[in-house]
Design a protein around this ligand. Structure first.
Ligand code: SAM
Length: 237
């Protein structure tokens, strides 16, 4: 029976206190993107940046989304270094990012010790058009491993790109909630019966996917409101 634990608090404070080894890290951090200048970034909360008109109900805001790119690279590097310490040899890290923070994310991943292995585009069929430009229809998942990637038995073949829209309407409880179907594809990088760690768990989508795939889950979430949503969804899963 897969089990789950959700720790409430700051990932950088809590990760050094953990000692359970995990097989995969899935990290969907606040992207710290969406503003061209420091003033832009500070003026906007996460909700102003990410919520469109489909979210008719109020979604809780969250902190940690106002760093400049150097600060973000440093912070993410620390988070990923702490998760590296907890990951078994051969385990993987899958880190979400958008186009603007892709270089910062690959720097942080590698600075933390992970060997960068590839990028999996996540295509969102429901996405905003860009006037006179190319639609920003994809976000990206960077894949890194701790040493040579684990050999699965039997061998697995995972997709090179993912597709799925964010939950809409009342099923959306978090501003940047990821689709469970997308997360289910990602957690399959862990071996059968393994453990997945998410240091920025949000509403717990990674955990829901892990439990549905028969994997154990450890999450950390700083916002008390988001943590309560995550606990509800994990208990239901
Ligand atoms: C992009 S969201 C994750 C969304 C999640 N994948 C989902 O589907 O619900 C990032 C989350 O990281 C949390 N967060 C931000 N800084 C944090 C920190 N220092 N420690 C732990 N969680 C943090 C935010 O509160 C937010 O809920």
């Amino acid at each position: 029976m897969p089990n789950w634990t959700l720790h409430r608090g700051d990932a950088l404070t809590l990760l050094p206190t953990l000692d359970t080894l995990v097989d995969a890290v899935i990290c969907d951090p606040p992207y710290n993107s969406g503003g061209r200048t420091n003033a832009d970034r500070r003026a906007q909360g996460a909700r102003d940046k990410y919520v469109s008109s489909d979210a008719a109900h109020t979604l809780p805001d969250f902190d940690g989304d106002t760093r400049d790119q150097r600060g973000y690279t440093h912070w993410l590097g620390l988070v990923l270094a702490n998760t590296y310490r907890l990951t078994r040899s051969g385990g993987s890290a899958l880190v979400f990012t958008d186009w603007a923070q892709l270089p910062a994310t690959s720097d942080a991943l590698q600075a933390a010790g992970w060997t960068w292995r590839g990028i999996i585009p996540w295509r969102k069929p429901i996405s905003r058009p860009v006037k006179d430009g190319f639609r920003r229809e994809c976000e990206y998942v960077l894949w890194g491993s701790r040493g040579a990637p684990l050999r699965h038995a039997p061998t697995i073949y995972l997709p090179g790109w993912l597709e799925g829209s964010q939950p809409r309407g009342k099923t959306r409880v978090h501003i940047t909630q990821k689709p469970v179907a997308v997360m289910r594809q990602l957690v399959r990088i862990a071996p059968e019966g393994g453990t997945v760690l998410d240091p920025c768990a949000g509403s717990g989508t990674t955990g829901v996917a892990a439990l549905q795939e028969g994997l154990h889950f450890i999450g950390i979430e700083q916002s008390p409101t988001c943590a309560t949503s995550a606990e509800g969804r994990l208990a239901a899963a």
